[in-house]
Write a protein that binds this ligand. Structure first.
Ligand code: SAH
Length: 249
């Protein structure tokens, strides 16, 4: 059975969009996954099919109404166990581990916000998870939904060429990935790091590990401290840290 994406949106034409091309597009054609949209507007009210209203408490902008969002969520025939996710900068940050949880399940229902967002009561009533793709504000949830779907679809069985490329990459072990080099070995006077040409697999692995650690420490202090804490815990568990302390390393 294929992995099922259902997207609730005011702009159904945005899907599958870029995911209709390349790896994800081929997987869509071969039925590895499917992408359905559900137009929020069809649940709009009155002659103009209004979906939004002014916020209680005042303030700028409009909010998608509780009754409209509820009608849309209730009309879906997606299985109950399929996660319902609202894309919002107020959400929990999307991590690779969440992506792989979604990819391992039957699919996702994604709700794309517009304006200031959606009435909070509906999100609670439908047990909707709230997810952010980063600390910046987009004009709508559609591009965020495409990001989440892209990250999930590439993990589905058979989508990526080599199995390994999904295992050994940024975040898989808590570090950012090491840098990559390919031909020509000398380009505009710049050589690739010598160790990569050595054929010494252990030395190459050690160099890559060190690069990954340095890049993570510099670019992502948050990931770096989490990784250090995990390493310390592992070493304590295997009794290594005591030895290290004794030898003063
Ligand atoms: N006023 C809101 C932002 C609204 S942006 C706030 O400050 O929280 C309009 C819509 O774009 C949101 O409802 C959400 O669906 C989407 N969106 C914007 N930024 C996002 C992000 N970083 N991650 C996920 N969705 C986002």
């Amino acid at each position: 059975m294929s992995w099922q994406a259902t997207v609730l949106t005011l702009f159904p034409e945005m899907f599958p969009g870029p995911l209709g091309l390349s790896l994800a597009g081929r997987a869509l054609e071969t039925g590895v996954w499917s992408c359905r949209t559900h137009d929020l507007r069809q649940h709009g009210l009155g002659r103009h099919r209004a979906v939004d209203d002014t916020p209680f408490g005042g303030g700028a902008g409009m909010v998608i109404r509780a009754d409209v969002a509820d009608a849309a969520l209730s009309a879906l025939d997606a299985p109950k166990e399929m996660p319902r996710v609202f894309m919002t900068p107020r959400g929990y940050p999307l991590r690779q581990k969440d992506v792989s949880r979604y990819a391992q399940g039957p699919g996702v229902v994604l709700m794309c916000g517009r304006f200031e967002g959606v009435d909070e009561r509906v999100l609670n009533a439908h047990s909707v998870e709230q997810v952010s793709i980063g600390d910046y504000v987009l004009s709508g949830g559609e591009t965020a939904a495409l990001v989440l779907l892209d990250a999930c679809v590439r993990l589905l069985p058979g989508v990526m060429g080599s199995h390994e490329s999904g295992v050994e990459e940024s975040f898989s072990d808590g570090l950012l990935e090491y840098p990559h080099y390919t031909r020509p070995a000398t380009w505009q006077g710049h050589d690739v790091p010598e160790v990569l040409l050595s054929g010494n697999h252990a030395a190459i692995a050690a160099w890559r590990q060190k690069q990954a650690e340095e890049i993570t420490r510099e670019r992502r202090p948050d990931l770096w401290s989490a990784w250090l804490a995990r390493r310390e815990k592992n070493e304590a568990a295997t009794g290594l840290s005591g030895q290290v302390r004794q030898t003063g390393l």
